[in-house]
Write a protein that binds this ligand. Sequence first.
Ligand SMILES: Nc1ncnc2c1ncn2[C@@H]1O[C@H](COP(=O)(O)OP(=O)(O)OP(=O)(O)O)[C@@H](O)[C@H]1O
Length: 315
Amino acid sequence: MEVMLKCSKLSKSYKEKVVLKGIDFEVYKGEILCILGPNGAGKSTTINILTASLSSNGGEISFKGRQIKRRRKDLTDYKQVLGIVPQDIALYEELSAERNLRFFASLYGLQGETLNTAVEEALAFAGLTDRRKDKVKTFSGGMKRRLNIACAIAHKPELVIMDEPTVGIDPQSRNHILDSIRRLQENGMTVIYTTHYMEEVEAISTRIIIMDYGAIIAEGTKEDLKESIGNDKRYTIELEERKKIQAEDLFSIEGVKNVKIEENILELSSLKGIENLDRIIALLSDQGEKIKNITSEATSLETVFLKLTGRKLRD
Ligand SMILES: Nc1ncnc2c1ncn2[C@@H]1O[C@H](COP(=O)(O)OP(=O)(O)OP(=O)(O)O)[C@@H](O)[C@H]1O
């Protein structure tokens, strides 16, 4: 895998408050790297340092093997290949969708036919071709978010950096945005995406960095992370009324690892890859228990976070 961006020992403090504790990570060409973490974990700080809108107190960033120095020339070249989608919407409300796109794309030096084509493509990308002439102030939150992204990618950057771009929007616009991020990747762009929604990470990530308290606490694909905590299956079985089933009875079934029984609710975890639900049901029925409901849950990223930190992702 080709390394596009490499960050070494990035640190940031405000007075004595350390908000980034010297983090190291790499971004590979063509990936959708999701940075997942609760509010205050340091995601925006990391992104702002990556986009050179905030200086770090220490550490280095290199893009395609070349260190980014804070010299104007270096930064100008670097910013040219970035597409930056900020957390807050940055659009001109009094201008139309098309005028906004023209403005932002022209900041990257696009002009003439190249600019016209880029604007057309960006309007189509945002699903706003029909509304091109309408002022942004008439748009819904979701449409503004879509346009905000389109403004950042009209100049076809190599690396798109998005900071929580779906905050406060309806599910339909969220899905549109997640689909469009996959399309960016299919078109060869590399994406860094921060979020505290694990559903989004499940949907689009090709690799994940989990941050907490200014540090990277885990890194890998969804599968790697789930595997790292054991990746058990969990069943919750609700009985009509518990008669005599005991935890020891269930341990006799291959794969069953943990059993918790509270009144008429049984919670079981079971090794991945062993199909034993039929046997669990048969055992319960042999013991005269009547099952009211069964739910089964595969390991989620929420479980991974809980296991790593002892806290829920969204406390
Ligand atoms: N200018 C500042 N002065 C002091 N502390 C700051 C400043 N900016 C950020 N912080 C603190 O740095 C920590 C990390 O903030 P950051 O915005 O990077 O977190 P985040 O993971 O992006 O969270 P969110 O999801 O809320 O954006 C927080 O504790 C925040 O309060």
